[in-house]
Design a protein. Sequence first.
Lengths: 72, 227
Amino acid sequence: MFEMPIINQDLCNGCGLCVMVCPEDALTLAGNTVWLTRTENCDYCGECEAVCLPGAIQCPFEIVVESYYKYI
Amino acid sequence: MTVELDALRSIPYFEGLSQAELEAVRQLVFEKTADRNEVILLEGDPPGAIYFVMSGALKAFKTSPEGKEQILCILRPGDSFNDVAAFDGGPNPASVRAMSPVRLYGIAGPDMHDLMRRYPTIAINVVRDLAQKVRHFVTLVEDLSFRHVTERVARLLLEYATEPEGTEGGTRPRLTQQEMAAMVGSAREVVGRSLKALEEEGAIRMERHRIAIVDKETLKELASGEV
């Protein structure tokens, strides 16, 4: 299963910049907040996180050692 | 396309102007639109207009001779760019590319000079705005030239890597690039470049939501500044 950006709708100010910069058209603005509506499109590029001033979108990374990661 | 007074009022350079003064500004403003990935300015080109972001987002960046890109800042609605070239008459100091469809307002450099002479409020606003930009870039210069951010990012990755059970470490929280920047005392833009550098050295591999340490010894050497 693919990890998806984490959206905190309480922090979202509805500016819509993330929707505009998303190169894969994965986000939608509805009810003055952002929603990840086309998850299959999201390639986790982080552009949405980069432009979000209130920090409502996060694209966190898991940090793993390859030798361990191979077996999970 | 009409330049709106309310939109002009939202631009920091034009805060505090009267209706009549804003109307005078409006006479000199033009509108420009661009699509995602369109390059608005190229580093080294002759100076043109000052631009104000009305909608959308853009990246200001410099490119090294090897083609590496260093993002200087992300420009959002209300921000201006190309001020430096328009004010000092030199070439554009950086390139700017649209991250989304964008709508911009622009004013030719000589027109902006004229407005500042006529309306001191604008000149004061410009000085304040440029001072904030200088502050941002001084921090960036410090990061890029004096601090070894890549070393610190390498150390952070070693510290935060999830290790096999029964060994040091254990499960660690996932980190955003913003959080990594805060933890190493740098900017998100610099951390992004450091991660790319570590990947080019073969120490890590960037995956969708995972940073895999593929060569721990090399990463340790990079963390100690030995490479």
